[in-house]
Ligand binder design. Structure first.
Ligand code: CAA
Length: 265
């Protein structure tokens, strides 16, 4: 097989209408994130960012066992300090790209989401999980800490104490706990996971694309700032949307009692 064909298979892409399904595909290593897989994921994200036909993305893992079991331990074991820092920065860069893609990304968590896999979930807009999914940041069991954003995003999402409980124990947690703490928004039976995630993504993809991008941006922009600043950002973005064709179409369609046909302009 051509080298590119092999690399291509590391992150499969299947489009269904305006939704792209990305499947991380190293099932024999529980989809562990090695450098080639991360690089391919980065390429796929750039591809999706530039594809106007795609309005929402679902991210999942190949096989029944794992979403992603973390960064590749075999690859990392002999890193020196500088290489490890570079690896963490490169991983953070790719996960930041998910968080700033401009299109909603839903994680469909089909199994283990540990370490870098859990951090991948944290970078998505939200996550739907199989009842059999398992979550955790077990890095301390390896003598390290999370490096792809886990120490920052988990605390922001589930609060400092719960985040520290997860990070300091390194324990693996069931899907029910992830739901209770707000790491995932919905649990479904394993065999229904992909269909449910795609259905939710299709619903999102039918909404105004300009508004979707603005909504994500404003929620994230307000994350770390005082409420008054966040509200100002919200009002500014709300105003800007009235320059868009999507706003005109969305409101006209409501008043004319017909479905909206958004163009993303
Ligand atoms: N890196 C490399 N290979 C991995 C891996 C990882 N993170 N996780 C699993 N694998 C490989 C195993 O080595 C094994 O390969 P072989 O068949 O060649 O031996 C294969 O996947 C299947 O795994 P197991 O035999 O271990 O499966 P299991 O059912 O007994 O256990 C598991 C499943 C509990 C998820 C276990 O594999 C495990 O604990 N994995 C490591 C989880 C982990 O510590 N993740 C954090 C990584 S560090 C990190 O992510 C840093 C960061 O923040 C960026």
């Amino acid at each position: 097989m051509e080298p590119n064909a092999v690399a291509d298979e590391l992150v499969l892409r299947r489009d269904e209408g305006a939704v792209a399904l990305l499947t991380l595909n190293r099932p024999k290593a529980l989809n562990a994130l090695n450098q080639p897989l991360l690089q391919r994921l980065g390429e796929r994200l750039r591809e999706l960012a530039g594809d106007d036909a795609v309005r929402a993305v679902v991210l999942t893992g190949a096989g029944e066992k794992a979403f992603v079991a973390g960064a590749d331990i075999a690859e990392m074991a002999d890193y020196d300090a500088a290489t490890a820092q570079h690896f963490a920065l490169a991983g953070q860069h790719i996960l930041n790209h998910i968080a700033s893609l401009g299109k909603p990304v839903i994680a469909a968590v089909n199994g283990f989401a540990l370490g870098g896999g859990c951090e991948l979930v944290l970078a998505c807009d939200f996550a739907i999980a199989s009842t059999k999914a398992k979550f955790g940041l077990p890095e301390v069991t390896l003598g390290v800490i999370p490096g792809f954003g886990g120490t920052q995003r988990l605390a922001r999402l589930i609060g400092r104490h719960n985040a520290l409980r997860w990070i300091l124990t390194g324990d693996v947690h069931g899907a029910e706990e992830a739901l209770r703490l707000g790491l995932v928004t919905q649990l479904v039976e394993p065999e229904q996971l992909q269909a449910v995630a795609l259905e939710v993504a299709q619903r999102i993809a039918s909404r105004g694309p300009v508004a979707l991008t603005a909504a994500r941006k404003v929620v994230d922009a307000g994350w770390d700032v005082p409420l008054a600043d966040g509200l100002r950002k919200e009002a500014a973005a709300f105003g800007q949307l009235f320059r868009s064709q999507d706003q005109k179409e969305g409101m006209a369609a409501f008043l004319q009692k017909r479905p909206a046909k958004f163009t993303g302009n």
